[in-house]
Design a protein around this ligand. Sequence first.
Ligand SMILES: NC(=O)c1ccc[n+]([C@@H]2O[C@H](COP(=O)([O-])OP(=O)(O)OC[C@H]3O[C@@H](n4cnc5c(N)ncnc54)[C@H](O)[C@@H]3O)[C@@H](O)[C@H]2O)c1
Length: 203
Amino acid sequence: MSDEEGALVEPTAVGFHALNLAQVDVGDDVLVVGGGIIGLVSAMFAKKSGASKVVVSEANIERGEKAVELGVADEWIDAKDEKVMNEYTNHFDKVIECCGNTPAVNSALKLVKPGGTVVLVGVSMVPLNFASIDAVMKELTLIGAIAYTKEEFAKCIDMIANKEIDVLKFVSKTISLEEVQSAYEELTSGKSESIKILVDPNK
Ligand SMILES: NC(=O)c1ccc[n+]([C@@H]2O[C@H](COP(=O)([O-])OP(=O)(O)OC[C@H]3O[C@@H](n4cnc5c(N)ncnc54)[C@H](O)[C@@H]3O)[C@@H](O)[C@H]2O)c1
């Protein structure tokens, strides 16, 4: 595989692990909260697992649209649009949370259906304030996901090398070391349509 594909193995394995924990069944409706690289690879694997509908919720319009454009989501919903979010209350069989903030976790708990599963991938270094009542009343299964197993990592190498999955489509651009600062500023603006920016020190 190319160096660029090699750089994508790690985040791909994070999404693959999350999907394995979620145990998506054929015909499931799956919500992925957050359309960054982790959310998009998770959405890609949800479709590959036979989900009938994969929806990505996003707070950044550019990234929401990108999820559909890249073919990993059937639809995207605006996480800031309360009306649309309410329409999906109790809808999804499986939810993969890929943001790690309070509103995102609460939306996962609200939009999953009773008896459903929420996989928590997003990381927060501070305690979150979430509505545990949703988990109690709906008897949800909450699963934490960290990294991947050695076998899952190896499987991702194979899938990429065999062209079973295309991860290069998530690379928005390749930059030089000098451009790293501005790339961070772009990515943390909350408005960027870039997903994965690779750094080539030889550029
Ligand atoms: N558990 C693990 O092993 C593991 C591994 C890698 C990354 N992570 C974590 O996964 C998360 C995603 O990683 P990433 O690189 O894709 O991050 P990212 O910041 O690129 O993507 C997160 C996306 O969530 C969106 N967002 C913010 N609030 C939202 C909300 N309320 N509803 C919907 N979308 C919302 C943002 O606009 C952003 O596009 C991060 O928290 C990261 O630390 C976990």
